[in-house]
Write a protein that binds this ligand. Structure first.
Ligand SMILES: [Fe+2]
Length: 393
């Protein structure tokens, strides 16, 4: 494996009913909280009340910001920053999926950021003009969806309204949550489609690390851990699909989501995410659900690599995770996704063949390295990306 440093300071409070502890944890960091959540949050009404009650009991005042959508925008971040400054907020509580937690991180940093918060966004991986934040308000993450693992990482994915580009802020120095309050019961009432998309997002996070592992390095430990998490995530999703009230399986999904991206599976290997880069372009342009864009990309990449000579990792994935050959694994995965209403063709988002050049150009401009390729093993060319989009139509 590669040399690495590992650092993850997030305190995890996990289990059924732990939401009641949010007040006690928040009070350790501030007395005036901004509760950040979705614009459409009727579904969370009771949870918001419970959080407000817990905060009040702990002596923490609370201002609610219902300002975030899926694929959150930098303008929504600015709205949150303005509220923080107006009310003298000293701690943030993020209630939602990755969109809310990501936006909350950038709001937390935006309070201290000099200049336009859009300046934090790395609009390309070789973007030297981005200025990462140095300081942020403390925040508590309360995930309501098992998917992004945002609660244990220092990354916020945000779309810049001005350019339409979806990119990220990454700063381990100040963007980790103080605590992640992870209560699987919060995911029980989720729409089944969202649950499924979250499950395939978890799978994609691990799969991307797995297939892009450097073949020159000994990644035995990574491979075996990653295979285990991928299998567990897919099995738990099937259990939840059969019985949405299965809080044990929901707990497996929730913890798998964190484990996928909290560094355990990634430290010592380069974590390239080419499918995510292609998916981000689709969700920014077509407002497609993140996990569904990845479903499309995973199926098309497996197809693209089916007959290539450099497909050893894909073949190993098929054998050790699905117990079959690559083509059968791809067909199984595709069928399981479609059975849950998760799109596996980008035409279902409205993409047409004549759009593919523009989509590919967007991936090139946001994600290609200075060598003119998309990082990974193997490195992908513009033509590879175009062909993978084409196979996904
Ligand atoms: Fe993701």
């Amino acid at each position: 494996m590669e040399n690495f440093e590992y650092y993850n300071p997030v305190k995890v409070v996990f289990g059924e009913g732990v939401l009641a502890q949010v007040g006690a944890y928040t009070a350790q960091y501030g007395k005036k909280a901004l509760l950040v959540t979705y614009q459409r949050c009727d579904y969370f009404a009771q949870t918001i009340e419970a959080i407000q009650g817990s905060l009040a009991e702990a002596g923490v005042d609370c201002v609610v910001y219902k300002g975030i959508t899926a694929n959150p925008l930098i303008s929504q971040v600015k709205g949150g920053v303005a509220l923080c400054l107006e009310h003298g907020i000293d701690v943030i509580v993020a209630l939602g999926g990755g969109s809310v937690i990501d936006a909350a991180k950038v709001i937390a940093a935006g309070v201290f950021y000099e200049g336009d918060p859009a300046g934090m966004l790395m609009l390309s991986h070789s973007d030297v003009t981005a200025k990462p934040p140095k300081r942020a308000l403390p925040y508590i993450a309360i995930p309501t969806l098992a998917g992004t693992g945002s609660e244990m990482n220092p990354i916020g994915v945000i779309t810049d309204d001005a350019t339409g580009k979806k990119s990220y802020v990454w700063e381990p120095g100040c963007l980790y949550a103080k605590a992640a309050i992870m209560d699987p019961t919060l995911t029980v009432g989720l729409p089944p489609y969202q649950t499924a998309c979250g499950g395939y997002d978890i799978f994609a996070h691990v799969m991307e690390a797995y297939i892009n592992g450097d073949p020159e390095k000994d990644l035995t430990l990574h491979d075996r851990m990653q295979e285990g998490v991928m299998r567990a995530a897919l099995e738990a999703l099937e259990k939840v699909w059969e019985n949405p009230a299965d809080t044990q399986a929901r707990g497996v999904m929730m913890w798998a989501a964190s484990v996928a991206l909290n560094g355990w599976l990634l430290s010592g290997t380069f974590a390239f995410t080419p499918m995510h880069q292609m998916g981000h372009v689709l969700s920014a342009k077509y407002n497609a659900t993140h996990g569904a864009t990845l479903a499309c990309m995973m199926v098309s990449w497996m197809r693209y690599f089916e007959n290539r000579p450099d497909n050893a990792k894909y073949v190993m994935l098929a054998k050790n995770v699905f117990g079959c050959d690559l083509r059968t694994a791809r067909e199984q995965l595709d069928a399981a996704m479609r059975a849950k209403g998760v799109q596996t063709r980008i035409s279902e988002f409205g993409v047409k063949e004549e759009d593919l050049d523009a989509l590919t150009d967007m991936v090139v401009s946001v994600s290609f390295g200075p060598d003119g390729k998309l990082n990974g093993h193997p490195k992908m060319t513009r033509e590879d990306i175009y062909q993978c989009y084409k196979l996904a139509l």
